[in-house]
Design a protein around this ligand. Structure first.
Ligand code: SF4
Ligand code: ZN
Ligand code: ZN
Length: 319
């Protein structure tokens, strides 16, 4: 298998594009593709400060390196954020995640901030496991969304970039169709405009597959965390995991399936959701951020109060 551009040994075959590429031409191809995505979807403008959320895994570390290169051509700034979520369960997952993120911040020379959830908000994700009813990944998602938004703004960024890849997006789309949860589908966006007090959020890798991000990280010798989170649902577990395998098997049979599924969703289907009735947003009495629940305080503040031994009702009534 030889590179279609230079004839040397290829490192990847991209079936849907009928391309085989060597390490150098693949890296160039992926960087150009991400730059085109950033431009086509109006993700970043010159002068913006983009905070890249880095967990230390292959997608977020690849995103950091690629966005640093794209930023030099498009004239915007990149800063890094890592959250130490306090996930251990005998694996040191969070400390390793922070260690890898910091190594990549230093390799790319970006300014960065590491936030320890325990120090800033008084609890860890591990501690929430037996104290709150929602599934741990749902709690973790809530915490990450809130803290990333908070820290990105604190360090002066006006855009927050996350490493969701094409496979993730394809699974979200399929899962939305499967459950018929239109509100969830409507929230699935490659670019979420900064509104209601939230920072603008972008997913520059949403058209880049997991195979591509992994190959990019490997051929560019990017250090990344191979272990997955100990809370990661195991194969054969929840429905979303089965949907992921189904989507990936279909991709093998129909090359380009994931790309068409996600691109068609973003360009042709999601615009119909703009007309869906929106939640009436209230204002959290603790932090002032929007809350779409019928309660007076947002889900994050309610979680934080509970984890710090308080009572939500006392806070709301001002006792
Ligand atoms: Fe958080 Fe779940 Fe991801 Fe672990 S697998 S980092 S708990 S969302
Ligand atoms: Zn080549
Ligand atoms: Zn709040």
């Amino acid at each position: 298998m030889n590179c279609k551009r230079c004839g040397s040994k290829a490192v990847i075959r991209i079936d849907y594009a009928n391309l085989t590429l060597c390490a150098e031409h693949f890296s160039e191809w992926l960087e150009t593709r991400v730059e085109k995505t950033v431009k086509d979807y109006g993700m970043v403008a010159p002068g913006d400060i983009v905070a890249v959320a880095v967990s230390g895994g292959k997608d977020s570390t690849t995103l950091l390196h690629v966005m640093k290169k794209v930023s030099e051509r498009m004239k915007f700034d990149v800063v890094g954020i890592n959250i130490d979520l306090g996930i251990d369960r005998g694996t040191k997952y969070s400390s390793l995640s922070t260690e890898l993120a910091v190594r990549n911040f230093e390799l790319t020379g970006v300014n960065y901030k590491v936030v320890k959830l325990k120090e800033t908000h008084g609890f860890t994700i591990d501690e929430t496991k037996h104290r709150v009813k929602r599934p741990v990944c749902s709690t973790c998602g809530l915490v990450k969304r809130y803290v990333l938004d908070e820290v990105a703004k604190e360090i002066g960024a006006n855009v927050l970039a996350t490493g969701h890849n094409l496979n993730d997006m394809a699974v979200f789309v399929m899962s939305g169709y499967h459950t018929g949860d239109l509100q969830n589908l409507a929230r699935l966006r490659a670019v979420s405009p900064g509104e209601n007090g939230y920072i603008k959020k972008i997913k520059p890798l949403f058209l880049t597959s997991e195979k591509e991000t992994t190959t990019y990280a490997l051929v560019n010798k990017i250090p990344f965390l191979l272990d997955s989170c100990p809370n990661n649902p195991k194969v054969g577990g929840p429905t979303s995991d089965k949907l992921r395998r189904m989507v990936e098997l279909t991709e093998e049979e129909i090359p380009g399936f994931m790309l068409r599924l996600v691109e068609n969703f973003e360009r042709r289907i999601r615009p119909f959701f703009e007309d869906l009735p929106r939640f009436n947003l209230g204002k959290c009495k603790v932090c002032g951020k929007p809350t779409n629940s019928d309660r007076d305080i947002c889900s994050f503040c309610a979680l934080k109060i509970k984890m710090n031994g308080g009572e939500v009702s006392n806070v709301v009534s001002g006792e």
